[in-house]
Design a protein around this ligand. Sequence first.
Ligand SMILES: [Zn+2]
Length: 250
Amino acid sequence: MSIKVEAVAPSHGGMWGARALAIAMFGGFIGLAAEAAAESHAVSAPSLQHSVERTYASLGLPAPQAQPRPQPQPVEALEWRGADVDGDGEDDFANPTGKDLRGCDGFGCGSFGADRDAGGRHHEGVDFDASAGQAVDAPISGFVSKIGTAYPGDARYHFVQITNPALHYEARVFYVDPGVREGQPVHIGQKIGRARSLQARYPGITNHVHLEIGRIGGRRLDATRFIAERMEPAEAQPSYAEAAAPSARG
Ligand SMILES: [Zn+2]
């Protein structure tokens, strides 16, 4: 049993000492009363509360209200989610790196339609930040319909194309060292390879994977129409250590 008495310092300094002393004595008195009550094992919690209230009343003071227990709050967190285009309740698109969208750097911006070659062409994909060597996940389910090179004559950089005839969508993920082969079925979120560092070709660029999404045979669409970060109920409250850890997002 503990009784918390909030001591609020009055603006008149002279009163403070006397008031603190009174509170201290009063606290001791309540403590004794509670102890005495608790020692007689027959006493119930309500009658103990009642005796405390009576004690306060006899001193002409309002009894402190029991502090309500803090209720667990539903915890929400930003999560990458994909559109459910076939209505089966499952995401049909996924962020291939789990990291943020690439912003702008000396080589351009990562958004769909951003200028390339001084406005000579437009960015036909959406770039997701990546750490060199990190796992890259399939952005859609389907089968690996092609593995190719990103730049003619440069064997370092590959793309993995995944086609999903049931959804009528296909996706190309660039700058991946493939861990899959052509013809292989893949499930959304399954690892398809590792992110390749872009520093050898574009020194200083933000490492990323470039994602193109479109209807099969159609023009490329803005992948952020299909993949977005949303507030979602978190499954478990992160521990303090996790919450305090520096963000993994580069
Ligand atoms: Zn790109």
